[in-house]
Write a protein that binds this ligand. Sequence first.
Ligand code: NDP
Length: 624
Amino acid sequence: MKISLTDQNTAPVELDERIDARATRERYDLEREKRLRTDGVHQYSRLTDEFAELADDPWMPVVEREPVFDHVQFTFIGGGFAGLCAGAQLHKQGITDVRIIDGAGDFGGVWYWNRYPGAMCDTKSVVYMPLLDETGHIPTEKWVHGPELLEHAKRIGTQFDLYRKALFHTMATTVTWDEGHSRWIVETDRGDRFTTQFLGIGLGPLSVPKLPGIPGIEKFAGKSIHTARWDYSYTGGDAAGAPMEGLRDKRVGVVGTGATALQLIPEVAKYAKELFVFQRTPSTVAARNNGPLEAEAIELLSSGNGQERLLESFSVNWDGFIGQPAPGIEVEDLVNDGWTDLGRRMRAQIHSVPPEEFSMEAMMAAVGELDLMLMEERRNRIDEIVTDPKTAESLKPWYDLFCKRPGYHDEYLESFNRPNVHLVDTDGKGVSEITEAGAVVDGEEYPLDVIIYASGFEYGTGGSEYVKRAGFDLIGRDGTDLSEAWADGMETLHGMHVHGFPNMFIIQLFQGSFLGANVTQANNYAAQNLAAVVAQVLAEGNDEVEVSKEAQDAYVAMLLEFGQPFGRPDCTPGYYNDDGQPFGRSFQLNCGYPAGTVAFIKMIEQWCADKEFPELERRKSTNA
Ligand code: NDP
């Protein structure tokens, strides 16, 4: 069956009569059942205990330094794109006494740590790389590779003078509100104890690597690598793509077939003597069509404010899926990547329902038909590329497209045609055991020299889990710990302001713009918001700002009534849906602004332009 939706004109589709919707959905349920586990997210473990050395910084030695005891106006915990955008936006507002601290040895966050071969951005560079208009950088590829992203992070750090006060290889341990002095006291694992009037936190949604809970995982006598801490001293090669000569005589196992594995496997396949890919759930893999950045994009970016237009185009076109249908808001798709393509299609599908017949059920049915077609198209692509019919069959995903992060790659499926690459289909059960010699599936042991864990990161941990993931205690006014305040789920205004925690701003995805496909764009909007509030507080001559309890409660009540977490409980388990567990209040609150990203951005723009911030109480220090 050949079904193709690859035409550029996005028009609503009707279900192809060759697709048996009922049988397909029954297959989805069957596959989901195979993957359900009672331990949900607790099946995973961290890089601790016997795996602690996997978490060490492979990129830069930790250098001894004197502890710091001073005062800065703004401290941001996290040196990835959230912190960098915050630093840049504060700089634009004239606030330059800024310190960023990070456990890594430099700026870059996820791109500092994740230097596995093949790493590249997953959203088009022209919208993924923040502050292109400000820095003048023009990406080299449609989806640039890791080294260019890391360089860009450093570029922002240099341009906005963020290195001057930065503290790297430094983890906050306790951060305490100093009542009466309108400031936070920051203590770190390097013996620092400094104060800061304002505090920002941006830890990234996927910053804590996790290992699969496979029995015996600690027994393996060969080399273990997590993709977030690649070891080129073992594999040879480098992040820029030099050959991994160290793998030429190795039997390599890769556990995991998510977004990371899609990028990694084609590279490992080129060098490993034998590569065994242990698959629990296949990813969807559409064509990426990467290559040099298009001339039109270069021209647009050369104009000086081209990225602003690209970002607007991206969010309006993508938001057609996340947000409510918005007829009348049409913006030309200048980005044309997989996300905007899906967004346009979803929206066309939703708008195809006649207004007089419109209901949630009718909308879901229309989108469901499109989904069946898109998934069939992806399964067909596998048959077209993968030559061994059994391998092709095993690689086919059976779930709704957005049950997992939609994947794109130009070489992943092709890798399985190499004679040295073997797919080990665990039929939804995963690797059953790791022994001293290798991995066991269905009673068969696969001897290995190295096991690469492409097993992902902790995610969706709002509520008290956020604090566990952050790794430090945040003690607010009245001695309340953030984990106590969020014991029953994350409670904020706009995903950023928390009652009881004055002068503190969190940059993260939930309860705000929630741009699932483009985290950095969401970061930069949040950073603009944060900088506007701080500038206003200072301009008024105030010392403190804090969201009122009433405003926060009203916002949370609205989220509980209308918010939708990204995942669906009936999907195949994964990090989008709390690994298939029933959603509690805490997971429910891991949602975006219910009216969608575009509506959120417009609301915040107006909020900042008005400069009134009625939900935020401002006051002078009681010690002033
Ligand atoms: P994922 O959580 O998406 O994937 C983890 C993989 O490990 C899954 O295939 C999972 O299987 C598998 N796994 C877990 N336990 C076992 C087991 N016991 N046996 C066998 N397999 C197992 O992590 P990724 O690192 O791939 O991606 C996480 C996210 O990071 C992405 O969704 C994306 O948002 C982001 N990312 C972004 C990139 C970019 O922008 N360039 C690149 C890479 C990642 P199962 O599916 O069955 O749970």
